[in-house]
Design a protein around this ligand. Structure first.
Ligand code: USQ
Length: 511
């Protein structure tokens, strides 16, 4: 178990703040009545909120493996009935995680203000997998899975007092923050949308950090960042996990300095991605100033429709967007294939990205929940399970659609409405989740794409895609222009697949 040797030092049930000024390490320890034999040493002492009978003790002295409050799960030891609050619980990820954690025995609470539903509606789009009202979703979760979700409708930016009250009432041991606008194109529509996205994301998160400081400083924050914060440096510099490794060195002017532990440069690719970079700095600083514990999760492009829980009943399904603003690439490709629209590669289509399936992302989040950061620790993980060029993805979707569903899938290159490198090197590091947290990807991309076809080809869902056909081809240009991107070419699949495999090997540093 990856977290067996973690100690109470990592545990959110520990009470350090208010009892010991652990920042002043040692000074305050003296005021406690320590055993005579180690009175020369200064110690950080703690109390356990779950086991008050322990009295004051050394937080390093009990491991998760030894503590009866931590129980074995397939994803490591997990705090019994862990109180987890999910912000953005009505979204694609939030709803899926709520059911997943509820099934694992967590006490799940959730907050949402239905922004995602409203943004998608405002664009004239809809989720192609229908989702019901929150009250019905909650009812179905209870009926089908026996999962109780304590839901409160709150806008985390506009209604900070309400959020504060709810956090005070629940006292979450972890807060998963999915309550942000996740769309690059949406943030590039016009000034109103850019401001909206940044206000919602940056200020919502900033307010949350203050609330955590005041009410639940021991709780861990799992905040969703994005691989897009790093951009795609044309030098080919690896995308480290948030910070430079200890042995990274800056050489300049015949001198050298260590870069170890410094945040790596960010080069975001939209005003949405900029909001995530700003969050990074806010979380980093808050952890430093107030000893908050946070994970910044640089998630790659997500795809898929399946976990055991969301597939258990049609009323438990999570949303799926395929429009130009909220649809991510693989999800869009499958929908396009279903409607016989050639898959839309933007520009050269040789952009390379990290990807992760919905189910695997849930597992990663659980493993991180099970290993809370230490007080004051701002930790970054790159949450991807593989790296592919967009062309490779298009080939996969085309292959599955042709082979298993007899669809005449084609691929096209269209003008790229975004400002981004479409031919570039890419070396993303994603070692922490497998090495430190024991994660191994479980989802095979072709298998998940097959599941998606199966679901999206159901007549009622196919009809919902058809109804929103007009929001598939992008019209939002980074330049501000509003016009449909035009086709550059239809791709000769067989010929390209062969050539591209070679190219991909070179770009991914494998050659
Ligand atoms: N793209 C196409 N054709 C399409 C749609 C997109 O070629 O029909 C290209 C884009 O130009 C881009 C890449 O595919 O190069 C990925 O685009 P995307 O829309 O799937 O994803 P992106 O805008 O990068 O944002 C998504 C999520 C965001 C998350 C991010 C992770 O919406 O919340 O932060 O993926 S990452 O891309 O790793 O930064």
């Amino acid at each position: 178990m990856h977290n067996a040797k973690c100690t109470c030092w990592n545990c959110p049930a520990i009470n350090l703040a208010g009892k010991v000024d652990f920042r002043a390490c040692g000074q305050a320890g003296a005021q406690f009545d320590k055993k005579a034999d180690d009175s020369q040493e200064t110690h950080i002492m703690a109390e356990c909120k779950r086991r008050p009978d322990l009295g004051l003790f050394d937080p390093m002295s009990i491991t998760f493996e030894e503590c009866p409050e931590w129980q074995k799960t397939p994803y490591g030891y997990l705090l019994k009935n862990m109180r987890v609050m999910i912000l953005g619980v009505d979204g694609y990820l939030g709803w899926t995680l709520a059911l997943w954690l509820g099934r694992l025995g967590c006490q799940v609470s959730g907050v949402d203000n239905y922004n995602r539903r409203n943004w998608v509606k405002e664009r004239g789009a809809h989720t192609v997998i229908p989702i019901s009202r929150m009250s019905e979703r909650l009812h179905a979760a209870k009926e089908v899975l026996g999962v109780n979700i304590n839901f409160r409708e709150i806008d985390i930016y506009e209604e900070r007092d309400k959020l504060k009250e709810f956090i005070d009432e629940i006292k979450p041991e972890a807060i998963v923050h999915y309550g942000e606008c996740p769309s690059a194109p949406f943030s590039m529509i016009d000034v109103e949308h850019a401001i909206d996205v940044q206000r919602n994301n940056v200020l919502g998160t900033l307010g949350l950090l203050f609330t955590m400081r005041d009410i639940v400083p021991e709780s861990s924050l799992l905040k969703l960042g994005t691989m897009g914060e790093y951009g795609t440096p044309l030098t080919g510099r690896p995308l480290f996990e948030g910070m430079f490794p200890a042995d990274a060195v800056l050489h300049w002017d015949n001198r050298e300095w260590s870069l170890g532990g410094e945040l790596t440069p960010r080069d975001p690719v939209s005003f949405y991605h900029v909001s995530k970079v700003q969050d990074t700095f806010n979380c980093y600083e808050a952890s430093k100033y107030w000893w908050l514990r946070s994970y910044d999760i640089m998630q790659g492009v997500i795809f898929g429709v399946h976990t055991e829980e969301v597939s258990a009943d049609p009323r438990l399904r999570t949303r799926l967007d395929i429009d130009e603003w909220f649809g991510t690439i693989i999800n869009r490709f499958v929908a396009q294939a279903v409607l016989d629209i050639p898959l839309t590669l933007y520009g050269a289509g040789q952009q390379i990205r990290g990807f992760i399936a919905l189910r695997d992302a849930m597992e990663c989040m659980t493993r991180l929940l099970a290993s809370p950061p230490e007080p004051g620790q701002y930790a970054v993980v790159n949450q991807i399970s593989g790296v592919k060029s967009l062309r490779q993805l298009a080939y996969i979707v085309a292959k599955v659609g042709r082979k298993h569903f007899n669809l005449p899938v084609q691929i096209q290159r269209i003008e790229n409405p975004r400002v981004e490198a479409d031919i570039h090197p890419f070396e993303a590091l994603y070692e922490k989740l497998p090495k430190q947290y024991g994660f191994e990807p479980k989802v095979d991309i072709e298998e998940e794409v097959r599941r998606m076809f199966e679901l999206l080809m159901k007549p009622e869902i196919r009809a919902r895609i058809e109804e929103k056909k007009h929001v598939i081809i992008p019209k939002t240009w980074w330049s501000g222009v509003k016009r449909e991107a035009q086709r550059i070419e239809l791709i000769n699949l067989e010929k390209e697949i062969k050539e591209d495999e070679e190219r991909a090997k070179i770009f991914m540093g494998k050659k």
